[in-house]
Design a protein around this ligand. Structure first.
Ligand code: NDP
Length: 443
């Protein structure tokens, strides 16, 4: 049955390899569920969960600073709303296409279910590239994008947030246009907002912080902690920066960061103030970090960050950035734990190498769920026009991350594979969504 469902997904969604990959990873772990859940089998729950409820594709015309007209493509895939309004970020990157958005939306269903917050799964974005664009160009693009998207959104319907290429600046422009068109200050319509206008403390930090909390929980099951561990992080965006910060707070030493041009290794440990200055204030590249840091850091153009020996590896950049060879190198260097800060950064072959070697492996839908969990907390504050302190929000986030770890671990143990977090996350997420769908009838 599982094979035929997967074959059907491939046949009906041609040319979408990332979506196929994400479905395959989930489907191959669910067989034990169907052995004792004939009701889910009869209801064709697997087939239903693989088919988005709605897919929206639209034209986004905009003008650059020279008056030249550009036409981009916008997407929103509203995948599953059994547990709550569709929830998931927007990605602006030239590689965005329908298959990428569907893979991300599919992952989001189970991730959101694991948080325990009532949110469904969705994802969106555009093949627009914000890199090198002026603020005015990014604003015009965001306004055009929202001029179509707004009709599909709402705090009870669909609530986007950021992802690659969409940070606080873009969320601001998107929210402004939504407010202008609808004449409603409906803060719960988008998350990742500025603190002064409906945002939540810790939302910016949440994905990176949560990934490290999840890693610490995995280490705890082996009687270890992060103190003194050598950590390799990829990426230098939102997730990477705050993963580095939290790892430092817990006593680890982070040696690396990267972007699409190469990586930096810093023998003294990454200086987060310098990196933040370059990435957040100047929107610069990691090569500049090595230039300004002095003797301890060097930039390796085009190299693989996974060549750097470490105890813990945190891929925080993009999908399929850690392949089988990289996993073998990590294992050869004695890595103890790998947690996916990014979505699907490890290829299936890499995951297999890590699991077979007994490396603790935290899949993205569990390890990076902190971002969407904090978005859920932002929506909760918006609903009652409240604003929590940093300490309160961080406490709630940590509680959710620990609970996700417990659910995944206990589910893996219940199915006879304690510590298999891939199995645990997929089954626990699927069961929660499938039971909600079953209770709500044939929808
Ligand atoms: P950002 O845009 O802030 O940063 C992305 C980072 O990854 C940059 O350093 C970028 O380098 C690098 N990168 C992006 N694409 C590529 C590529 N094709 N090859 C090499 N490097 C690349 O994004 P986020 O930090 O928000 O997102 C990172 C990952 O985390 C994504 O997989 C995202 O889906 C996932 N995620 C994000 C959440 C969030 O709250 N933001 C929540 C959950 C998951 P460069 O600047 O050179 O492009």
């Amino acid at each position: 049955m599982m094979d035929s469902v997967y074959a059907d997904v491939v046949r009906r969604n041609p040319g979408e390899p990332e979506f196929h990959q994400a479905v395959h990873e989930v489907v191959e772990t669910l067989a034990p569920v169907f052995e004792h859940r004939q009701d889910l089998l009869d209801a064709k729950m697997l087939e239903r969960v693989c088919e988005p409820e709605r897919q929206i594709i639209f034209r986004v015309p905009w003008q650059d600073d020279n008056g030249t007209v550009h036409v981009n493509r916008g997407f929103r895939v509203e995948f599953n709303s059994a547990l709550g309004p569709y929830k998931g970020g927007l990605r602006f990157h030239p590689t965005v296409n329908l298959g990428i958005v569907k893979f991300l939306g599919f992952e989001q269903i189970f991730k959101n279910a694991l948080t325990g917050v009532n949110i469904g799964g969705g994802k969106g974005g555009s093949d627009f590239d914000p890199k090198g664009r002026s603020d005015a160009e990014v604003m015009r693009f965001c306004q055009s994008f929202m001029t179509e998207l707004y009709r599909h959104l709402g705090e009870h319907t669909d609530v986007p947030a950021g992802d690659i290429g969409v940070g606080g600046r873009e969320v601001g422009y998107l929210f402004g246009q939504y407010r202008r068109i609808t004449n409603r200050w409906e803060a719960g319509t988008i998350t990742g907002k500025g603190l002064a206008w409906g945002g939540s403390n810790v939302r910016t930090e949440a994905t990176g912080y949560g990934t490290v909390t999840f890693t610490a929980e995995m280490l705890k099951t082996a009687g270890e902690d992060l103190d003194g561990q050598q950590v390799v992080v990829s990426g230098s965006g939102n997730v990477a920066l705050f993963a580095i910060e939290k790892a430092h707070q817990l006593g680890a030493n982070v040696l690396t960061c990267s972007d699409s041009t190469g990586y930096v290794v810093d023998d003294k440990g990454i200086d987060l103030d310098l990196l933040s200055q370059i990435k957040l204030q100047e929107r610069g590249r990691v090569a500049t970090y090595a230039e300004r840091r002095g003797g301890s850091a060097r930039f390796v153009e085009g190299g693989s960050v996974w060549d750097v020996p470490c105890d813990i590896a945190l891929p925080c950049a993009t999908e399929n950035e850690l392949n089988e060879d990289a996993a073998k190198t990590l294992v050869g260097n004695g890595v103890k734990a790998v947690a996916e800060g990014a979505n699907m950064p490890c290829t299936p072959e890499a995951v297999q190498v890590l699991r077979q070697a007994g490396v603790r492996f935290g899949p993205g839908k569990a390890a990076n769920a902190g971002g969407v969990a904090a978005s859920g907390l932002e929506m909760r504050q918006n609903a009652v026009r409240d604003s929590w302190s940093f300490t309160t929000a961080e406490g709630q986030l940590e509680e959710i991350m620990r609970s996700i770890h417990t659910i995944c671990y206990e589910t893996s143990a219940r199915y006879g594979a304690p510590g298999d977090y891939v199995l645990g996350a997929n089954i626990a997420g699927f069961e929660r969504v499938a039971d909600a769908m079953l209770a709500q009838g044939l929808i």
